[in-house]
Ligand binder design. Structure first.
Ligand SMILES: CC(C)(COP(=O)(O)OP(=O)(O)OC[C@H]1O[C@@H](n2cnc3c(N)ncnc32)[C@H](O)[C@@H]1OP(=O)(O)O)[C@@H](O)C(=O)NCCC(=O)NCCS
Length: 151
């Protein structure tokens, strides 16, 4: 498996993966083009280098914050058949390494409080819950804000 920036040709695959993963909460295709244009180095895919079909196993969208030294992980998705094999952890570690080499000092993300798999992944990667934002994504859609300091 390799983790690298997405290519223009892979944006349809990323949008389809996001739709399979997040359903009504998925980002539209146009968002992936905007993310590619704005933050291309931080728009990551995890690929099965051996596979001829469905080579994209997962994706991560990183974005700079306006607050100096901060960056966001806006999205992390691993295709259901590929879960539990370290793909999410690899994507996250790669993003944190890129952030650090690009001068980021603090990574931020939000997660639903009942998303046990994602919470465990983030805690294992050194993120801690910093705040709770009720109704963040609409009525009753609470998000926990998590942060991790980078060396
Ligand atoms: C959350 C998600 C990205 C995890 O990706 P993954 O590739 O399956 O995770 P990994 O195999 O790299 O697991 C890394 C760690 O995460 C935690 N984890 C992953 N899946 C878990 C599960 N089902 N239950 C509990 N902990 C889990 C564990 O701590 C695990 O480490 P371990 O295997 O040494 O115990 C994936 O399940 C996913 O895409 N879910 C749907 C989308 C989503 O919720 N995205 C996050 C939005 S904030």
């Amino acid at each position: 498996m390799s983790v690298r920036p997405a290519t223009l040709a892979e944006l349809d695959l990323l949008a389809a993966l996001d739709h399979r993963t997040f359903g009504a909460h998925a980002y539209p295709r146009v968002f992936f083009r905007q993310a590619y244009d704005l933050w291309g180095r931080w728009l990551l895919v995890a690929c099965d280098d051996e596979a001829s079909s469905r080579p994209v196993l997962g994706s991560l969208v990183g974005a700079p914050a306006l607050t100096a030294g901060d960056a966001w992980i806006l999205s992390l998705a691993v295709d259901a058949p590929a879960r539990g094999r370290g793909v999410g952890a690899r994507l996250l570690a790669h993003a944190l390494g890129l952030f650090a080499s690009d001068g980021v000092r603090r990574a931020l993300l939000t997660v639903a409080p009942d998303n046990a798999a994602a919470l465990a992944l983030y805690e294992r990667a050194g993120f801690v819950v910093a705040a709770r934002d009720d109704d963040a994504f609409g009525p009753g859609e609470t998000r926990l804000r998590m942060v991790r300091a980078l060396a």
